[in-house]
Design a protein around this ligand. Structure first.
Ligand SMILES: *Cc1c(COP(=O)(O)O)cnc(C)c1O
Length: 496
């Protein structure tokens, strides 16, 4: 502080050196800027030339050992830490940016999303609430989604980590709507009602977990059999609901899936909506990846009925290609949504003007108070790429799946294990010890660095599963998968 009069009794000479280094900002902005540009360019180069790298590679002990060091007390140069990142982190990433990645349902990301994340980090906005435009950006994306999915005006939306969280919140909202909001004070054990939920056997595991976390218990999730296309059996569902009612249970929610994780099956959403309406049950749709098929005109009709859902969970980080993480929950009745999560606190007082204006805030609609600016990367992705291009990439994933299915059908050594509904193909190499052989083929393909499928169980048997989500994936990768499977399968059988 400059204190020429000496009035504050501060010795400005002594103060100066302390002041100079007190913040955490760079001492030399020009040098920092130059290094930051290098880092940006390196990362863009990584994406641009991703095809020159292996999809994934096993991690050498030496690289892993670098992550067992004590907490740093003294800082290092940014350039040094960046060099370490380039050497020890970047080469050993999961591989979902790579076109050969088709294990599990993971998005590929885009350079647009990447630079938007950088801007969001620079703004360091806290989207819990208060009056600032970043909150409006989230509301804007929410409004776009409301329109795309045909939800009524006034529906609410919220960015969350992923569909696991969105499903959990939907279960909580449905639970509170069924039991009354006093349950938030008294807890689920206070009442006498025993809630039950319904989904098909193909439902994602996070729904059972949601039932568990919501205090209802995973046993209360009734798993209904599926038809030959892995869609929920509506007759069996109606019977199960009826049976539970006669036994004194209180059915409260049905979870339909738009794109099951194993095979990409889409439940009959219109049928489910009708049944839920008759039975007065909350209708939730897990559309983690499948919901965004709504952006592809050729696929959109398959999602008919989704507009009737009481709530819809989906991810922008899968088929939406936004960087992790970017899950979303859309709720028809904003009041029910808010009543399940809003809570009063003095420091959260709202005002008509000033920073505390703009109520209700995002924190009123979910468990999180501090929230990052996930909306920005999605806003950029939607605005720069447009829903048409995103929809075309989604449509192309499904064409590739059909191409792969065709190649498998044309290859006697291979067998398709489940109907190809969207972008997921489950198949196997026919062999004596099929489960073992196919599990080993998948691992060897991953280790080859060329393509990375995963495995799942279909009808009690191990299947190699190719989930085509990445917009960079093309026919070359489908061919490499078939050729690689044949080569590995033949080698394994010859060995046996
Ligand atoms: C991926 C997925 C989930 C879980 O979503 P996260 O974003 O990983 O939490 C739930 N349901 C389905 C059908 C999925 O594919």
């Amino acid at each position: 502080m400059n204190d020429p009069t000496g009035k504050f009794g501060i010795d400005s000479q002594a103060e100066a050196p302390i002041e100079a280094n007190v913040t955490l900002d760079p001492a030399d902005w020009a040098a920092f800027r130059a290094q930051a540009h290098v880092m940006l360019d390196d990362m863009l180069g990584y994406i641009e030339r991703i095809r020159e790298r292996p999809v994934w590679q096993p991690i050498p002990d030496e690289a892993r050992a670098h992550f067992r060091s004590p907490a740093p007390q003294k800082g290092e140069e940014l350039a040094e830490v960046h060099a370490e990142f380039m050497r020890d982190v970047l080469p050993f990433a999961m591989g979902n940016v790579h076109p050969g990645f088709m294990g599990w349902v993971n998005g590929g990301g885009t350079p647009v999303g990447m630079v938007a994340e950088m801007l969001a980090a620079g703004l360091n906005a806290n989207l819990g609430g208060r009056d600032h435009i970043p909150v409006e950006v989230e509301r804007q994306v929410s409004e776009w989604m409301r329109e795309i999915f045909g939800f009524p005006r006034g529906a609410s939306g919220l960015f969350v980590t992923g569909t696991s969280m969105a499903n959990l919140m939907a279960v909580v909202i449905a639970r509170d709507a069924a039991l009354g909001y006093q349950v938030r004070v008294n807890g689920v054990t206070a009442g006498r009602k025993q809630l039950t939920a319904y989904a098909s056997t193909a439902v994602h595991g996070c729904v059972a977990k949601a039932m568990d976390i919501a205090g209802i218990g995973s046993d209360a999730l009734r798993l209904i059999p599926t038809d030959s296309r892995y869609r929920i059996d509506l007759t069996a569902l109606a019977t199960a609901i009826e049976l539970d009612r006669t036994k004194g249970f209180t059915p409260f929610v049905v979870v339909g899936t738009a794109g099951t994780v194993d095979t990409g099956a889409i439940d009959d959403l219109t049928g489910l909506a009708d049944l839920c309406k008759c039975e007065k049950l909350w209708f939730h749709v897990d559309g983690a990846f499948g919901a965004l098929a709504k952006l592809a005109p050729d696929l959109a009709p398959r999602l008919d009925g989704i507009e009737c859902a009481d709530s819809l969970a989906f991810d922008f980080h899968k088929w939406g290609q936004a960087p992790y993480d970017a899950g979303f929950l859309l709720v028809r009745d904003a009041e029910a949504h808010k009543q399940a999560f809003a809570s009063p606190a003095a420091y959260m007082t709202r005002a008509e003007r000033g920073l505390a204006a703009g109520s209700p805030w995002p924190c009123d609609f979910g468990p999180d108070l501090s929230r990052g600016f996930r909306a920005l990367k999605v806003w950029f992705t939607l605005k720069v790429l447009g829903t048409e291009r995103l929809g075309a990439a989604i449509s192309r994933s499904c064409s590739l799946a059909r191409y792969l299915e065709g190649r498998i059908h044309a290859t006697p050594e291979l067998e398709v294990m489940a109907p190809v509904e969207l972008n997921i193909v489950c198949f196997r190499y026919r062999a004596e010890d099929s489960d073992k052989v196919n599990a080993e083929i998948a691992i060897r393909l991953q280790e080859s660095g060329v393509v990375a499928p995963s495995t799942t169980r279909i009808g009690g048997r191990t299947a190699i599963r190719a989930a085509i989500v990445n917009h960079r994936t093309g026919r070359a990768e489908m061919d490499a998968l078939v050729d690689g499977t044949l080569a590995q399968g033949r080698a394994l059988v010859a060995q046996a």
